[in-house]
Ligand binder design. Structure first.
Ligand SMILES: Cc1cc2nc3c(=O)[nH]c(=O)nc-3n(C[C@H](O)[C@H](O)[C@H](O)COP(=O)(O)O)c2cc1C
Length: 343
């Protein structure tokens, strides 16, 4: 199984199969907004813009890492990059592992920077690639090829042990990340892919020099679900379909650690959910699969419309909780545990 073929299968499955968590949710539904009938500001004063990795974003949104490294990825990445440039949101590209093997599909990654010269672009590599002796030149070449603003290292132990070709070699990943964080000129982002980060893991990563964490919690795309459809051991994939720390819970755990930038992803599905995540101290939100489906079915225009809609939802939630800026959203107490949900 080549890396390229596997990437194509992931995209096809994400587009055509139901790979959402089955019973576990993100946990954001347990919170509701404290409505403010006296916002004491005008709606047009409410501003959603932020800065991320020293570049402006029109609102704190990232299209999370998905693809690159096979023929069909070129068009998907072109659409995602067009949208990132037009709407001033960040964009994570999919694993660049294929580009370590050879240059065949280099253009599927490079298209992103060509199309979005001003956007925040984040490179991506897997945990297994950073174990053992880390050859920093290899990674520098990867980030240079797309002029990346940061490099994400994805931590995917569940997927690795479920996928038919996985090997589960995770010894030495932390050391590799530490070496890479020291060697590269750009920041490292450590990210899960749908099982969340615990507070203990977050501390280890922070102590290894990582300053940005993408919790990518449970409640959105299930990677056991993805691998189930790729022919993983069906019974095991079923057992672990709903494995992971719900996004809201992971966020609450990890946000107790100071001086970390937290990206909240995993089941972020609207501007309202974004507002909750930002109120729970995330600085940026990310979403992957929901944007892939829209890019595929409705192209650039469709995705622009959806992002505009999420941004307006976020702005309305800010107004109705009396928040003028994203900073205020994080500072004020605007959420309560809803009595409609028993915990
Ligand atoms: C089709 C697909 C491919 C993905 N590929 C990658 C990848 O190459 N690297 C990575 O770090 N995460 C990858 N992810 C994980 C996402 O970046 C994200 O963390 C996860 O899907 C949770 O977000 P969601 O619930 O909005 O989909 C992929 C997700 C999807 C749906």
């Amino acid at each position: 199984m080549t890396v390229s073929k596997r990437k194509k299968e992931h995209i096809d499955i994400a587009l055509n199969q139901d790979v959402r968590f089955r019973t576990k949710t993100t946990g954001f539904e347990k919170f509701d907004f404290i409505h403010c009938a006296l916002p004491e500001l005008d709606f047009d004063e409410v501003a959603t813009d932020v800065e991320f990795l020293s570049k402006p974003l029109s609102f704190p949104m990232m299209i999370s890492a998905m693809t690159g490294g096979f023929d069909g990825a070129l068009e998907i990445n072109r659409i995602l990059a067009e949208v990132a440039q037009e709407k001033q949101v960040a964009l994570g590209i999919g694993s660049q592992r294929q580009a370590i093997e050879d240059d065949t599909h280099l253009e599927t990654y490079k298209i992103v920077r060509k199309t979005a010269p001003d956007a925040v672009i984040i490179g991506n590599i897997g945990a297994e690639e950073v174990t053992g002796e880390v050859n920093q030149d290899v990674f520098q070449k990867l980030v240079d090829s797309i002029e990346a603003d940061a490099l994400a290292v994805h931590l995917n132990p569940l997927q690795e042990i479920l996928q038919p070709e996985g090997n589960g070699h995770f010894k030495g990943v932390l050391k590799g990340i530490e070496t890479l964080a020291k060697a590269l000129k750009i920041p490292i982002i450590a990210k899960e892919i749908g099982c969340g980060l615990s507070v203990e893991t977050a501390w280890k990563l922070k102590n290894a020099g990582v300053k940005i964490l993408d919790i990518a919690g449970a409640g959105g795309t299930s990677w056991a679900g993805m691998e189930y459809h790729r022919g993983a051991n069906a019974q095991l994939a079923q057992s672990f379909w709903d494995w992971g720390i719900p996004t809201a819970d992971s966020l609450q755990m990890v946000s107790t650690i100071s001086h970390l930038t937290i990206i909240a992803s995993g089941g972020i599905d609207s501007g309202l959910t974004m507002a909750k995540a930002l109120a729970l101290k995330a600085e940026i939100c990310g979403a992957a699969r929901p944007f892939l489906s829209i890019a595929e079915s409705r192209g650039t225009e469709g995705l622009v419309e959806v992002l505009d809609h999420w941004k307006e939802e976020l702005r309305m939630a800010m107004f109705l909780t009396g928040c003028r800026s994203i900073k205020e959203l994080a500072k004020k107490e605007i959420l309560y545990r809803s009595s409609q949900f028993s915990i």
